[in-house]
Design a protein around this ligand. Structure first.
Ligand SMILES: Cc1cc2nc3c(=O)[nH]c(=O)nc-3n(C[C@H](O)[C@H](O)[C@H](O)COP(=O)(O)O)c2cc1C
Length: 511
């Protein structure tokens, strides 16, 4: 189901009892985080929150803030407009099974074809609600100097007046954060060589009324596009949008292969083409039904600027690192825009559901390359990709090691520090069951492998930024040829009929 606006999605959450509205004024500095953190850590992900009167530096903002809107399996399914994430995953898997691919490259191509089958190609339209209010700053063509710092705001404009960055209800999430950060921005860029579009989610630290940091990490597609502009010294157009259909931020965070348009995936998931409008000041397109659009550019002649510290996914602060500066040339928005936010920090947080839903969705792609894979889980404690549990149908010696190497070579799985492989009868979503098998089934030296590779730049434990080691653990039952010379013992399990008999006896016992 396609949502016509973010507000439309919020209304659905309310109808489904998934939303709590907060009418009292709440500060965007720390207070929204404190409330959202409690919800995100509540069993099952708590409720989505809508702060109707957020304040910025003590002044009321005209824009409400919504948070934790996808932070549970139910809300994620509602965002997808399906009964469950599993149902959407099954549907996509079935589409891809219709014509089994022979290789990973083919599997990814097929994913694109499957998406197109639903006529989900984005289309450009003339106008859209994201342009109900248009505020242009100095155009990129006339600007040559970095944006000057703006004076602190005294009043906030009404919803009809166009805001600067300082007027948006952007959160200062944690006490030691270096400032306010836009935490759910969908960042649109184009490859200058091929014209291919990318939409990625890279947080943006507000520097002043007209500039932010652009935190695309080394290995991300936005950074790859950026490097080409730095090489040629040409100004890089960038468009950022917030809100609209919840499948936009989902697609922006999904680990799609470079070159596969996120708007295709969003269109497939919402069962309706994404309608795009041309930006006002840069040659890029954004969804017509977005709530906010921030247009601008990155100037390769300008030095990088320290970004951070920021209370990060890792549960620790990421210390300042140099990143490009994004200069704003226009802000457009809906008249009654809702500002979408999230927070990251010690797990579990809302982003667990974004990452875990993407894994469920792309499991068929993994299985195409590795048919022995039964299931994959990224437990919340591993904050996204630090820790991966994978169950396999093992038929030959060393197969678990093949899977580890294969996964480390697949897209953002390169960041995984620990992979634990278990047999097919283990529920990988039950961490306690996986740990039991890990402890029981391994001889640590024989069943482990260390290797080196690229690391998440947010990982504060690696000795160097972006480079680290990985540990694979084979917790499967050992086969001949794996150095195990003894008989493998059976797992203790009660006879089913005896178990049933005793269950009945206990359940019918007089109290
Ligand atoms: C809430 C949230 C915030 C994120 N912030 C960043 C970020 O600041 N920088 C970054 O490189 N990736 C960040 N990510 C991860 C990327 O969005 C993710 O790796 C995505 O697949 C990148 O898209 P790309 O492969 O098109 O570059 C974030 C993810 C989430 C869920």
């Amino acid at each position: 189901m396609a949502y016509e606006s973010y507000q439309d999605f919020i209304n659905t959450l309310q109808q489904q009892g998934e939303l709590t509205r907060i009418a009292a004024p709440v500060a965007t500095e720390l207070e929204i985080t404190a409330a959202a953190d409690v919800q995100m850590k509540a069993p099952g992900g708590g409720k989505a929150l809508l702060f109707e009167k957020p304040t910025v530096n003590g002044k009321l903002s005209p824009f409400p803030v919504a948070i934790n809107t996808m932070g549970s399996w139910r809300r994620m399914a509602l965002a997808m407009g399906s009964a469950s994430v599993e149902e959407t995953a099954r549907e996509l898997g079935a589409l891809m099974k219709a014509k089994p691919p022979g290789s990973m490259r083919e599997a990814l191509k097929l994913l694109g074809t499957a998406i197109e089958l639903r006529h989900a190609r984005p289309k450009v339209v003339k106008d859209g609600p994201c342009k109900e209010v248009v505020h242009k700053f100095e155009t990129p063509a006339t600007r040559t100097e970095p944006w000057p710092a703006a004076p602190a705001i005294q009043t906030l404009p009404g919803a009809g007046a166009a805001p600067t960055l300082l007027d948006l209800p952007v959160l200062k999430c944690w006490p030691l954060d270096g400032g306010r950060f836009i935490t759910l921005p969908c960042v649109v860029t184009k490859d200058p060589d091929t014209g291919e579009r990318n939409v990625g989610m890279y947080r943006m630290q507000i520097y002043d009324s007209g500039s932010t940091g652009m935190h695309w990490q080394l290995q991300k597609v936005g950074a790859r596009h950026g490097r080409r502009y730095y090489e040629t010294g040409t100004r890089m157009p960038v468009a950022v949008f917030l809100g609209g259909d919840p499948m936009f931020p989902f697609a922006a965070t999904a680990p799609l292969p470079d070159g596969l348009d996120e708007f295709l995936l969003a269109g497939y998931l919402r069962r309706k083409s994404v309608e795009l409008v041309k930006c006002e000041t840069v040659d890029l397109e954004v969804p017509a039904n977005a709530d906010f659009v921030i247009e601008g550019y990155i100037d390769p002649r300008e030095s990088l600027r320290e970004e951070g510290p920021f209370g990060d996914h890792t549960g620790f602060y990421t210390l300042p690192e140099p990143y490009p500066v994004f200069h704003v040339s226009a802000i457009t928005h809906r008249r009654s825009a809702v500002y979408p936010a999230t927070i990251v920090g010690a797990p579990p947080m809302e982003d667990f559901y974004l990452g875990a839903a993407a894994v469920k969705l792309f499991l068929p792609v993994f299985r195409m390359n590795f048919p022995e894979i039964v299931d994959i889980a990224l437990p919340a404690e591993g904050v996204f990709h630090n820790l991966v549990f994978v169950s396999i149908r093992k038929t030959y010696p060393m197969q678990a090691f093949k899977i580890m190497h294969g996964l480390w070579g697949m897209g953002q799985m390169m960041f995984t520090k620990y992979i634990v492989v278990v047999d097919e009868d283990v529920d990988v979503h039950n961490t306690s069951e996986v740990l039991f098998r890990l402890c029981a089934n391994t001889d640590p030296q024989r069943d482990s492998i260390f290797t080196r590779g690229p690391a998440d730049v947010l990982d504060h434990a690696t000795s160097e930024v972006g480079v680290g080691s990985k540990l694979g653990l084979d917790a499967t039952r050992k086969l001949p040829g794996e150095g195990f010379k003894r008989a493998w013992p059976p797992l203790i399990r009660m006879d089913q009929s005896v178990r049933l008999k005793m269950d009945q006896l206990l359940n019918h016992r007089p109290h």
